[in-house]
Design a protein around this ligand. Structure first.
Ligand code: FAD
Length: 299
């Protein structure tokens, strides 16, 4: 069935995100992670597109392999940055030829300095909504887009951020996936504002397992996601004890995930960083808590 319908259905979707590795060793750990995630029968998995438009061939190759060699449903991320419209058409054609009909459409950031000035390709696009329209026009694709609960860092204010997000959805998005965030309220406020603007596109929250404090600080600086200080302190204190840090991060993310589902989130999208352990542990916690809720009639 179409991915948009699956995400709009009553049961929440569960999905996992991978990135296309550069090295042989990276390929092997990706394959191991994919096999473990496959056993969890997720609704779909997604494959990112390298920063600055750098990984075209690797993203296409990994996505095609997942489609051909596993039972998983791959969603290919595609960014507009650095590509002409003709190149974008060609990439979309490659997916169509491989029977892949699910694309997560993004604008991307400028190569080198993600916060630097945006310079469009002379024959390319300025904003993600243009690529949404292109993909829509090229065939029977399901299209996802990005959402920023804490406001996109380039947006001058929240009103324009919401307005442009809603316009991007209206250009033909079936669903959105958020940037990582660590406070459930940020997601709820964003969703409520989008709904108040008359937009019902389902918005799937992204779950980042916070088990390594230094890595998380780097990511949340890059994405402007506010990181809870008490969680940072607890992870900092467990720096020499990876087992404890893992447990703290998994517990925090499980709590967020359960609250998000209770608040009506249409699914959960887990970042794996090509390792399966933390994301799989959170997923298993969420599933067992949900099934015990069903047994005890809390639904
Ligand atoms: P847009 O929707 O185009 O928005 C960018 C900015 O322009 C926003 O401030 C918006 O408000 C503004 N804007 C939009 N339309 C207009 C308009 N008409 N007039 C004026 N302003 C406007 N990056 C990668 O390189 N590879 C990936 O695989 C990748 N995957 C991602 C997955 C998710 C779930 C998320 C949340 C992000 C991902 N990114 C990825 C990062 C993304 O490319 C960047 O965050 C990028 O800066 C924004 O992309 P966008 O599609 O939201 O852009």
């Amino acid at each position: 069935s179409a991915l948009g319908d699956l995400i709009s259905a009553d049961e929440p979707t569960f999905s996992f995100e991978f990135f296309p590795p550069r090295t042989e060793a990276g390929q092997r750990s990706l394959l191991r992670a994919i096999r473990r995630i496959e056993a969890l029968t997720p609704s779909f998995v997604s494959v990112t597109y390298g920063a600055g438009g750098s990984s075209r061939d690797r993203t296409v190759e990994v996505t095609k392999r997942i489609a051909a060699e596993t039972t998983l449903r791959p969603v290919a991320h595609l960014t507009a940055v650095g590509h002409s419209v003709a190149e974008l058409r060609h990439i979309i054609g490659q997916y169509a030829d491989a029977g892949i009909r699910d694309v997560l459409v993004l604008r991307g950031d400028p190569p080198g300095s993600p916060r630097g000035p945006w310079t469009p390709h002379p024959q390319g696009f300025d904003y993600a909504h243009q690529l949404v329209s292109l993909v829509r026009g090229l065939g029977d694709f399901s299209v996802g887009v990005a959402a920023f609960p804490e406001c996109h860092p380039r947006s001058p204010d929240r009103d324009s951020d919401i307005r442009h997000f809603v316009a991007k959805c209206r250009a033909g998005a079936d669903y959105a996936i958020t940037q990582m965030f660590f406070h459930v309220e940020d997601y709820l406020r964003f969703r409520d504002r989008v709904e108040a603007a008359g937009c019902e596109t389902p918005i799937i929250p992204e779950i980042m397992p916070a088990t390594d404090v230094r890595q998380i600080r780097r990511f949340s600086e890059l994405s402007d996601a506010a990181f809870p200080e008490d969680l940072a302190h607890r992870l900092e204190a467990a720096r020499q004890d990876p087992g404890t840090a893992h447990r703290i991060g998994v517990e925090y993310a499980t709590g967020m995930a359960l609250r998000l589902l209770a608040e009506g989130a249409p699914g959960l999208h887990y970042i794996t960083l090509n390792r399966s352990d933390a994301a799989a542990d959170i997923h298993r916690n969420v599933m067992s808590s949900r099934s015990s809720d069903v047994l005890s009639g809390h639904r």
